[in-house]
Design a protein around this ligand. Sequence first.
Ligand SMILES: [Zn+2]
Length: 147
Amino acid sequence: MTRTNETRGAPDPSERNVWQALWHGFWQRCPSCGVGKSNGSFLKIVDHCAHCNEALHHHKADDAPAYFTIMVVGHIVVPMLLWSEVAYKPSYTFHIITWPVLTVVLSLLLLPRIKGALVALQWANRMHGFNPDTPDEDELAKEKLPG
Ligand SMILES: [Zn+2]
């Protein structure tokens, strides 16, 4: 199978810079060109980049974005909560209002960005269907289904 370049204006698809892809993905941009949007809505990844037509529908992020978001937000909020309690001993009302609000806001801000970064990581490492030299896992699964 020959490798076809289905992109225009994008770098050579044989060279994929992982850190650059992560950066683009975190800012919800196409991991290939960094111009087109990778997220069509809050968490929905677009099928193809509107700028370079790179196929992004191969991703299999599953629960990983939520897992990493919980891990990151927890490592921000819990130390801040403990530090504020030790340093200032704020009222319970402060704790009840501040930490849940901060947790929700950080989670909503980070979740789509972490999903974009994970999709970009899969793209950069040619995981799942992102490698044009291997058959698409979804197509293979469809072929195995009876009927
Ligand atoms: Zn693109």
